[in-house]
Design a binder for this molecule. Structure first.
Ligand SMILES: [Zn+2]
Ligand SMILES: [Zn+2]
Length: 347
C-alpha cells in the first residue's frame, strides 16, 4: 500500500509499505477513506517532536471503514464507518481513569499514531485499543464532516472545556488557523458574549467572522490585542484566552490579553522555549493551563456534529488524493493559496 513516511532529518516521502496486520486482541484494522495534513506533521518533519520515530507512517487525523477487528474488540464490526482518535489510550490506567488520556501510561499511550506508530496517511492503519480509539460515524455525517473529530475538534473541545468559559464571558483565541478556528467553534458552545479572533492573516480573520466563529477580529500588525480585549470588556480584558498560534510573541500576547484572575489555555505547540516573566504579571493572578489534548470526548463531538451544532467543514479549503499528497504537503507548508486544511481522499 502507499503511505507517507517520516524518513527523519527533515524528510518525508510517499512510499510503498506492507498492509498492516492485527497484532493485539484489541486492535482494529481500518481502511482509510479520508485523511488530513496537520501542522503537527510538519513539526515532526522539522524535528520539533523529539518522540517521533523515523520510519513511521504519518497521519493522525483521518476517517475510514473498519476492515478487521481483533477478538478483544466489542464495539466495532467490519464495514462500520469510524473516526479515529489522535490519541491511543488503554482506558484503565491511573491517568485514563481520570480522563487524562494524553498521559495514558500504556507504552504507546497518548499521541502515538502517526508519530511513534504507523498512522493514517496510508491506505490502511492498525488502531490499537480500537474500542477507545474509534468513534462510529452516523450515516447522516459525511467523511469530511467527521474528519476533524479526533484531532482538531477534540483539541478545540478540550481547550474550551478547560477554559472555564461561562455565559456572557469574553474569550480571546490567538491564532485563526485550524486549531484556533475549532477552539472558537467549541468556545461558542458555552455561550460567551464575545469571541475575539487574533491573527496576522486577514484571510483567516475574515473566515472566522464570516463563518460566525468570532464576533471581533484583531490583527496585531495594526492593533494592540490587549487594548482591543480591554475595549470590548469595559477595561478588564478577556476572561479566557486560548493561545493556539505558537508564534514568536503569541505567548506574551496571551497573558497580556487576559483579565486578572483569567484563564490562559496554551494549546499551541511551540518550536522554541517561551519566557514566563513572573514579575511583569505579579498580582494579575492568572491561571495557566497547558498541554496536549485529552481526546476522550469524541462521542460528544460526533453527537454535536450529527446534531448540526459543530460543523468544521469550512476549514477544508483544499482537496487532493493520496497520489498527490506530497504536492499538498508543499503547498500546506508554504501556506500558499490561503490554505487552512486539506481533505485527502484515499482509495
Ligand atoms: Zn494534528
Ligand atoms: Zn491508560
Amino acid at each position: 500500500m502507499k503511505a507517507v513516511v517520516f524518513e527523519g532529518n527533515g524528510k518525508i516521502g510517499l512510499k510503498e509499505r506492507p498492509k498492516p496486520v492485527l497484532k493485539e486482541e484489541q486492535d482494529v484494522l481500518v481502511r482509510v477513506t479520508c485523511a488530513s495534513i496537520c501542522t503537527s506533521d510538519l513539526h515532526i518533519k522539522h524535528g520539533a517532536v523529539p518522540r517521533a520515530v523515523p520510519g513511521t507512517i504519518l497521519g493522525h487525523e483521518f476517517v475510514g471503514v473498519v476492515e478487521e477487528t481483533g477478538p478483544g474488540v466489542r464495539k466495532f464490526k467490519p464495514g462500520q464507518r469510524v473516526a479515529v482518535n489522535v490519541e491511543t489510550f488503554c482506558g484503565e490506567c491511573f491517568f485514563c481513569r481520570r480522563g487524562y488520556v494524553n498521559n495514558c501510561s500504556f507504552p504507546q499511550g497518548g499521541w502515538a499514531l502517526g508519530c511513534r506508530i504507523d498512522g493514517g496517511q496510508a491506505e490502511y492503519v492498525r488502531v490499537p485499543f480500537g474500542d477507545n480509539g474509534l468513534t462510529a460515524i452516523p450515516d447522516s455525517v459525511s467523511d469530511e464532516s467527521a474528519l476533524f473529530a479526533g484531532d482538531l475538534l477534540s483539541t478545540g473541545y478540550w481547550a474550551a472545556s478547560i477554559g472555564e468559559i461561562h455565559p456572557a464571558d469574553t474569550v480571546a483565541v490567538i491564532g485563526a488557523g485550524p486549531t484556533g478556528l475549532c477552539s472558537m467553534m467549541c468556545a461558542r458552545l458555552y455561550g460567551p458574549a464575545n469571541i475575539i479572533a487574533v491573527d496576522v492573516d486577514d484571510f483567516r480573520l475574515k473566515l472566522a467572522l464570516e463563518q460566525g466563529l468570532a464576533d471581533a477580529a484583531v490583527n496585531p500588525l495594526r492593533e494592540d490585542p490587549a487594548e482591543a480585549a480591554a475595549a470590548l470588556t469595559r477595561g478588564r480584558g478577556a476572561d479566557t484566552v486560548i493561545e493556539a498560534a505558537g508564534g514568536e510573541n503569541t505567548f506574551e500576547m496571551s497573558w497580556q490579553m487576559a483579565r486578572p484572575n483569567g484563564v490562559v489555555c496554551v494549546v499551541a505547540m511551540y518550536e522554541k522555549p517561551q519566557i514566563l516573566p513572573l514579575p511583569d504579571m505579579y498580582g494579575k493572578n492568572l491561571i495557566f493551563k497547558t498541554g496536549g489534548v485529552d481526546g476522550n470526548r469524541c462521542q460528544e463531538i460526533m453527537d454535536l456534529i450529527a446534531g448540526g451544532r459543530l460543523d468544521a467543514r469550512c476549514l477544508i479549503t483544499h482537496r487532493t488524493d493520496l497520489d498527490h499528497i506530497m504536492e499538498a504537503y508543499e503547498l500546506f507548508e508554504d501556506k500558499r493559496e490561503n490554505v487552512i486544511k486539506y481533505a485527502v481522499r484515499i482509495g
